[in-house]
Design a binder for this molecule. Structure first.
Ligand code: FES
Length: 144
């Protein structure tokens, strides 16, 4: 994180510090602003809120809403809830993880139900909903 980013993180944290339960709104604001919450933001937030780094880190890692690294170009949100799981979502996730190793510009994230259960397994690829996805169909979407 650059000096400028660190200053902006502190500015965001200080602007929201007086809210009830300020930690979550601060993490959301930083996640929205930078697209993720860099680990370097943790001591800054801890300092502003007079919390331990462990407390901030614990909340940051507990909630899946917060991205911990910069987003890649393609985001695959793969449903792993019951209907999709029964139609192979776990195997699909493993295959995608293996196929989209380091060096590819795509991230696979897990979500629990996209409301598309009738067309399981389902995935959101770059914000667009797809049903009956396969490893090949997802790879085709993120490689074009
Ligand atoms: S369980 Fe996957 S879309 Fe509902």
């Amino acid at each position: 994180m650059s000096e400028l980013d660190a200053a902006e993180v502190r500015e965001i944290a200080e602007a929201l510090r007086s809210l009830d339960g300020a930690l979550l709104p601060i993490l959301h604001a930083i996640n929205d602003r930078f697209g993720y919450v860099d680990e370097a933001a943790v001591p800054i937030i801890a300092d502003v809120l007079n919390l331990s780094r462990a407390e901030v880190h614990g909340v940051l890692t507990f909630y899946h809403d917060f991205r911990r690294e910069p987003a890649k170009r393609h985001i695959v949100r793969l449903c792993r809830a019951e209907a999709c799981q029964s139609l192979g979502a776990d195997r699909l996730a493993e295959e995608l993880d293996a196929a989209l190793g380091t060096g590819t510009d795509a991230t696979v994230e897990t979500v629990y139900c996209l409301g598309n259960c009738a067309l399981s397994p389902a995935a959101l690829v770059d914000g667009k909903l797809y049903g009956r996805v396969t490893t090949d169909s997802v790879l085709a979407l993120v490689r074009r």
